[in-house]
Design a protein around this ligand. Structure first.
Ligand SMILES: Cc1cc2nc3c(=O)[nH]c(=O)nc-3n(C[C@H](O)[C@H](O)[C@H](O)COP(=O)(O)O)c2cc1C
Ligand code: SF4
Length: 459
């Protein structure tokens, strides 16, 4: 059910809403960081974080509190490796546009979240990694850090507590792959932005070889709200609290809708609610061809797809037989219907758009952004693009069309990082769900001249 909230967005659109005065007035400014540092132990902070059931907002949906608990316990002994917090604000995923709204309109929540998280994981330094072209985001974050430091909320003894915390903004040079956490760590260290093999995981050997927690910016910005409300109460706001997917989050809607937007909602709206009630419906009141649930790396879903969950014990059973467009959007519910929630920014694709051209367009992106370390990803993404182009040009055979499945399957599970799956999964979903359209090109019944990649709102 659609439940609008404003725990993260109350300062949005307010005069100077990004400043400390607005943050103090509207959202209790830094009271939770003060409470955490002056009245709680590190372990209590991590326990509270676990109870909030905040699933990582960067794409994979890993529980935030559990990730924090992977960090070595206790404070690093003198001379031991320091701990770091790295906040991922790269936001390079196509169709994803939520983190920048927080940085621009509520940067103090990001800084306060960093203070609480640093204390919880035993770190004294947080780096917020922002893509270079997001000039306003960087300026607003820098401004918030200066204001917090001037007030004594950052520095050697925040709130009088002998626990130094500093937050730095680190500019990325702008490559999609630098959003992948280990690639980001390399980039912060001044190396080429290429993913590292895991293990070791960042909690053991992250930034500068030291224990590091990497979290998405929205994940961290949600922490003050969760602590302010009480972790349990915060979690219960969600329709999916019972399956450990708690709280509120930012939902984006873009593509062929009348009012593309970012809104804050309790976890659990449906695609139908987002598209029709939040984003004003589809351009030109057309039907929906498909949606990309949360960034282009997530498999597309079509409105006619239904939920298959006959087992009453399945969390999806209440929607058995219903359209996937009526299922609450959560990390596990989307996994259960064969896609991923990802970044939670839905791209709507209207009827009349050519799915074959969509595939070619996506593959162009992945071919360009592959870092090239792994052969299946480097060669596979190029191959997927080449064959998609051949199909569009009416020059491919049925055998080549079938071969696309093999190429995509050859990438899955055979690469250093999840970029490989992020390329292969959407390709496989489009191929499976739009087979007749692909075949029509191969049989010469459809040509590029009739194809459209977008729709006119008036037609
Ligand atoms: C190719 C690729 C790009 C990614 N880009 C981003 C990104 O822009 N922002 C982000 O927060 N996470 C991104 N991720 C996910 C991160 O690797 C990491 O899982 C995330 O930052 C962890 O934060 P969370 O647990 O709070 O979600 C990307 C992953 C891959 C494989
Ligand atoms: S999967 Fe692709 S992006 Fe990731 S490391 Fe391998 S080549 Fe680079």
């Amino acid at each position: 059910m659609l439940k609008r909230t404003n725990y993260l967005t109350r300062t949005y659109g307010k005069p100077e809403g990004w400043g400390l005065a607005a943050y103090e007035r509207e959202l209790g400014g830094y009271q939770q960081a003060r409470r955490a540092l002056t009245t709680m132990t590190r372990e209590q902070v991590v326990d509270e974080a676990k109870k909030a059931n905040i699933r990582g907002r960067g794409g994979a949906g890993f529980p935030m509190g559990i990730k924090w608990s992977f960090m070595p316990k206790g404070s690093p002994a003198p001379g031991a490796k320091p701990h770091y917090l790295v906040v991922n604000a790269d936001e390079g995923e196509p169709g994803t546009h939520k983190d920048r709204t927080l940085m621009e309109q509520n940067p103090h929540a990001c800084v306060e979240g960093c203070i609480i998280a640093c204390y919880g994981i035993g770190a004294h330094v947080a780096y917020i990694y922002v893509r270079d072209e997001l000039h306003l985001s960087k300026a607003r974050l820098e401004g918030a850090i200066l204001e917090a430091r001037a007030k004594g909320y950052l520095g050697k003894a925040p709130f009088g507590k002998d626990y130094a915390v500093e937050v730095y903004v680190h500019s990325g040079a702008g490559a999609y792959i630098c959003g992948e956490e280990t690639s980001m760590l390399n980039s912060i260290e001044g190396r080429r932005g290429e993913p590292r093999m895991k293990p070791p995981f960042p909690a053991n050997a992250g930034a500068f070889g030291c224990p590091t927690t990497v979290n998405n910016l929205e994940t961290i910005a949600a922490v003050p709200a969760a602590f302010g409300l009480g972790a349990d109460e915060f979690s219960k706001l969600s329709a999916l609290h019972h399956i450990n997917d708690g709280g509120v989050r930012l939902y984006g809607v873009n593509g062929h809708v009348k009012k593309p937007c970012v809104v804050e909602l309790a976890v659990g709206p449906t695609f139908n609610e987002l598209i029709h009630d939040v984003a004003g419906g589809v351009l030109g009141d057309k039907g929906i061809l498909c949606v990309i649930p949360g960034g282009s790396s997530t498999p597309v879903m079509r409105p006619a797809e239904t939920v298959h969950a006959p087992d009453p014990k399945s969390p999806l059973h209440p929607w058995h037989g219903k359209s996937v467009f009526d299922v609450p959007l959560g990390v596990d519910t989307m996994r259960g219907v064969g896609t991923m929630l990802g970044t939670c920014c839905v791209t709507v694709i209207a009827d009349g758009t050519d799915p074959v051209w969509c595939m070619q367009n996506l593959m162009q992106f992945y071919r360009h952004e592959s870092c090239g370390q792994c052969t299946p990803c480097r060669e596979g993404s190029a191959w997927l693009l080449r064959v998609s182009e051949k199909i569009l040009d009416g020059k491919a055979s049925l055998q080549e069309l079938d071969g696309l499945h093999d190429i995509a399957n050859g990438i899955m599970g055979n690469t250093i990082c999840a970029f490989g799956e992020g390329t292969a999964m959407p390709a496989l979903a489009i191929l499976q769900k739009f087979r007749p359209e692909f075949e029509a090109y191969v049989r010469g019944q459809r040509s590029r001249a009739d194809a459209r990649l977008t729709v006119e709102p008036w037609s």
